[in-house]
Design a protein around this ligand. Structure first.
Ligand SMILES: [Zn+2]
Length: 312
């Protein structure tokens, strides 16, 4: 089978998947004395996360960064303090979960969610924000004990919810999802249109891994359910945290062993085989919109396409 190499996308890491340079230092999460010392250390940096957003700002040299302050300037709400990790210079990072973001500080400071910020921030800042948003989403949706129904309390600097009634400890959940570019014997790629997508938007197929299923089985099932195409060999490419609200996208290239398409009509409205030439012509004619945004889907398509996709 083909082995897919990344040489033409190596210089552009997948958003949220690049090394962030932050050591999550999980062993510190239950050490209250260490956390208190880290919190009050003058080099510590803190940002507020609220509703999946944080404040970002443009720097004079043209970069965009998370707005972070020393902890003494941050409002102390220990109950909603997430320890995110420490970098190799010993700087520790915390996120504070609040009901609202602080007011605008200056002209260019603005609230941003992951879809916007992921395109702009450095791998370090994107990594900090995706960690904080994933924790916030999980905390928001898991306030009650799934064992006994009692209200749970935050612990381990944001990484555990504990039940005071039955003693259960609940950990952040991550839901695996598969996303795959399927190619056929003629090396054409299968792209589909979801029912609610705007006209002209085509992308890879994707879906959630079901209980009791391997990821390879999941790839084959999803492709067959959505497009009626049978898949043989499956090759893992890369993953991407996707906390909308709690997924981990597992990216694959998959080889079809059949080519007839029969869409399910519920999730997928239309699916088509594209040769590289078909796709190039469809982009030029405006018939297919180039994929945009931060999703790993664009990278999977690009890996097959062999060169960067046109800008939307
Ligand atoms: Zn309980």
């Amino acid at each position: 089978m083909t082995t897919w190499t990344n040489h033409h996308t190596d210089d552009r890491p997948i958003t949220f998947s690049a090394p962030s340079g932050i050591d999550r230092s999980a062993h510190h999460r239950l050490d209250e004395a260490w956390l208190a010392a880290a919190w009050s250390h003058p080099t510590t940096r803190v940002f507020v996360v609220s509703g999946g957003q944080a404040l970002i700002d443009d720097t004079p040299d043209g970069r965009t960064e998370l707005i972070m302050t020393p902890s003494f300037e941050a409002p102390l709400t220990e109950a909603h303090r997430y320890y995110l990790g420490t970098d190799d210079e010993g700087v520790s990072y915390f996120a504070l979960q609040k009901d609202a973001l602080p007011g605008r500080m200056d002209q260019s400071a603005r609230p941003a969610g992951l879809r916007e910020a992921g395109l702009l921030l450095s791998p370090r800042d994107a990594g900090l924000l995706v960690h904080a948003v994933a924790l916030e989403n999980w905390q928001r949706l898991h306030r009650f004990c799934s064992r006994c129904g009692e209200r749970t309390v935050i612990a381990a600097a944001g990484h555990i919810r504990r039940c005071p009634a039955c003693g259960a400890e609940h950990y952040p959940r991550t839901d695996p999802a598969v996303i795959m570019l399927v190619t056929d014997e003629e090396d054409r790629a299968l792209l589909g249109r979801q029912v609610h997508w705007p006209e002209g938007r085509f992308s890879t197929l994707a879906g959630f891994v079901e209980p009791g299923e391997s990821i390879e089985q999941s790839v084959a099932r999803e492709v067959f359910e959505e497009a009626g195409v049978v898949v043989g060999d499956v090759e893992y490419i890369a993953s991407q945290p996707w906390p909308f609200p709690s997924s981990l996208m597992l990216g694959f290239m998959a080889r079809a062993t059949s080519s007839e398409i029969q869409v399910d009509g519920e999730e997928i409205e239309e699916a088509r085989w594209f040769s590289r030439e078909d796709l190039r012509a469809a982009f030029e004619a405006g018939e297919v919109l180039p994929p945009y945004g931060i999703s790993i889907a664009a990278r999977l398509i690009e890996l097959w396409y062999g060169k960067p996709l046109p800008k939307p």
